[in-house]
Design a protein. Structure first.
Length: 608
């Protein structure tokens, strides 16, 4: 653990901030304070190469960054980043790549520059404490700070129940924000300036022939997978791959196997529940590529034991239930001698792999019709009383009703908070303190903040934030950190993201078929069964097990009973969910019960 910069900030402040954080620091007022580094995330190469100070600048990184040519090339430590800043100023952000959180203090200009990587893989939190500005890569680093109130944000609680995570730029605590993907914040004597230093460079009308695009894709895959495997911190025998049996994890594992020329270890999770287990596909991929397959079947007891550990570890309430199999898989790999896992996350969001992309394209057919057809014919027909009760016309009415809602709002038509009036869900006093429209406004801003006109590109751009950075990456990162494993995401290498943005939307989803380009380009690489399968992932049958496994049901009952008294969710709504979960829809209603249970578990674990 090293100490750098001048002595203006108190030792007590910094010592308290360290917690489990990777980087943490404080800058008094408009000036500059101190930073300490304590490689708290698994696989972190914490040490003198990640912190650097001279008479003018202080740099702290969560991990080394990469220069891809031009003014910087190769692996760059903190000292190299400082030299780059001296030469380029804030423009250095355009020259560094990889996953990182960066804190840079310019002592001469009395400014602080904070930034996170283009995909938002590494988090960075920011808050003001009186005249000081504090920042850390783990939120828990703030909670013991003198003067930090740790007051829960009602809006964040509402957003959590809406998204099942707390989305950026907010956080669970009032006055704390977290940076968005590819965002930088400049704090200086003139104030605060936030900006995005990179955007996905979508090219709607790229004329490059399909054969040339496919060759470039196949050229890039071994570069990004090999680079992720070879990054400092893990030897060749300590690198394995998540393998769910989907196209992304199979592509990553297969590419690494071909690069190495010898079997690599792959780790797969199974579930003894119909509709959830896809171990058969993981086995297909393992046989096809000749990997050393490691398998584990998750049991309800595993879930029961993991809940309190994950609730205590996660910086904020988190209800993506697949964090449990992700954690169990990472722990399984760690016990097997694996210190780094390669994950396939990101492929859906850059190559058109989410089912809603195809579904929403169908709804856009309605919106592309002339106004007189919609308003003069289809809308009146759908509005005929009792039409929804006619079997042959029920789907037509449902289609028109949904198609009338524009994107991105239509994506949330099945959200629990849209299916039931908010007044029936929330305590009246709590509801009066929040903005119910904030979640949709967040999505609208992201959906429209893009140069592409293509619907699929707009939806993917939204998912890069909401589905990936706010959810899936946080899930895998926190699961692996708790298990003591470093994780890398080859498909989120900027070279591949830049390339994916150049693939014309007409072949991302050709004839409304998901991943058309991806699958065409890899048709002779992936096994046919993987090409044809439907996406699933490490889905957890949490709704079923909450109903069937008595110890898990008891934990849920205790959590829900405690939550009733918090003045957030109405007790009668909790009773309503319980009644329907106990009926014939355990899988569906179990999702929202899980969201409530994990909220209460997090609140208790963090002393609220």
């Amino acid at each position: 653990m090293g100490q750098i910069a001048d002595a203006q900030a108190s030792d007590q402040l910094l010592d308290t901030m360290l917690g489990r954080g990777v980087i943490a620091g404080a800058a008094p007022g408009p000036g500059v304070g101190r930073v300490r580094d304590r490689g708290g995330h698994a696989g972190s190469q914490a040490g003198p190469d990640l912190v650097y100070a001279d008479e003018e600048v202080v740099v702290c990184l969560t991990e080394p960054v990469t220069g891809l040519g031009g003014v910087a090339s190769g692996a760059l430590d903190a000292a190299a980043v400082a030299r780059l800043y001296h030469a380029e100023g804030d423009a250095l952000l355009g020259h560094i790549h990889g996953s990182f959180a960066l804190a840079l203090m310019d002592l001469r200009r009395r400014k602080v520059l904070l930034a996170v990587d283009r995909a938002g893989i590494r988090p960075l939190y920011l808050c003001r404490l009186g005249e000081a500005v504090a920042f850390a890569s783990r939120l828990c680093a703030f909670t013991g700070l003198p003067g930090f109130p740790a007051r829960l944000s009602d809006q964040a609680l509402f957003d959590y129940l809406y998204f099942h995570v707390v989305p950026s730029p907010g956080s669970i605590y009032q006055g704390v924000e977290k940076l968005l993907p590819a965002q930088a914040v400049d704090l200086n004597p003139l104030g605060r300036h936030a900006f995005f230093y990179w955007h996905m460079p979508y090219r709607d009308d790229n004329p490059t022939p399909l054969a040339d695009l496919s060759r470039e894709f196949r050229r890039l895959l071994p570069l990004v997978v090999g680079g992720a495997a070879a990054a400092p911190g893990a030897g060749p025998d300590e690198v394995g791959c998540f393998l769910s049996g989907g196209t992304d994890s199979s592509t990553v594992a297969g590419t690494l196997r071909r690069l190495r020329g010898v079997p690599v270890r792959t780790y797969s999770m199974g579930f003894d529940a119909r509709g959830y287990d896809e171990m058969a596909y993981a086995r297909v991929a393992a046989r096809h590529f000749g990997t050393e397959a490691r398998e584990y079947y998750v049991q309800p007891q595993d879930v029961l034991e993991a809940i309190p550990r994950l609730a205590a570890w996660c910086d904020e309430p988190f209800a993506n239930a697949s964090i449990i199999p992700a954690y169990l898989c990472a722990r399984f790999a760690r016990n097997d001698g694996c210190t780094r896992l390669l994950a396939g996350d990101g492929g859906d969001e850059i190559f058109g792999g989410n089912a809603r992309y195809a579904n929403q394209q169908l709804f856009e057919v309605y919106r592309s019709l002339p106004g007189w057809v919609r308003r003069g014919l289809l809308d009146p027909l759908a509005a005929i009383p009792g039409l929804g009760a006619v079997p042959g016309l029920r789907k037509f009415k449902s289609y028109v009703d949904q198609a009338r809602t524009p994107l991105p709002d239509r994506l949330e038509s099945y959200n629990f908070l849209h299916r039931t009036p908010l007044a029936a869900i929330f305590d009246p006093a709590f509801l009066a303190r929040v903005d119910p429209n904030a979640p949709l406004e967040t999505q609208r801003a992201c959906y429209h903040h893009i140069s592409s006109r293509a619907i699929v590109n707009r939806m993917m751009h939204l998912d890069l934030k909401i589905t990936l950075a706010d959810n899936d990456l946080r899930k895998v990162n926190q699961a692996c950190e708790l298990a003591g494993v470093d994780v890398r995401y080859p498909l989120l290498d900027e070279r591949l993201m830049d390339f994916a943005a150049s693939v014309p939307p007409r072949i991302q989803l050709k004839d409304n078929r998901l991943r058309w380009f991806f699958k065409q380009a890899l048709a002779d690489f992936l096994p046919p069964a993987i090409i044809k399968k439907q996406k699933q992932g490490f889905g957890l049958p949490v709704g079923l097990w909450l109903a069937e496994y008595a110890p898990l049901k008891a934990l849920a009952d205790d959590s829900l009973n405690a939550l009733r008294a918090r003045g957030i969710v109405r007790p009668d709504y909790i009773d309503w969910l319980r009644a329907r979960h106990a009926g014939q829809h355990a899988g569906y209603y179990g999702v929202m019960l899980w969201v409530l249970v994990m909220l209460e578990q997090w609140l208790q674990a963090h002393g609220h």
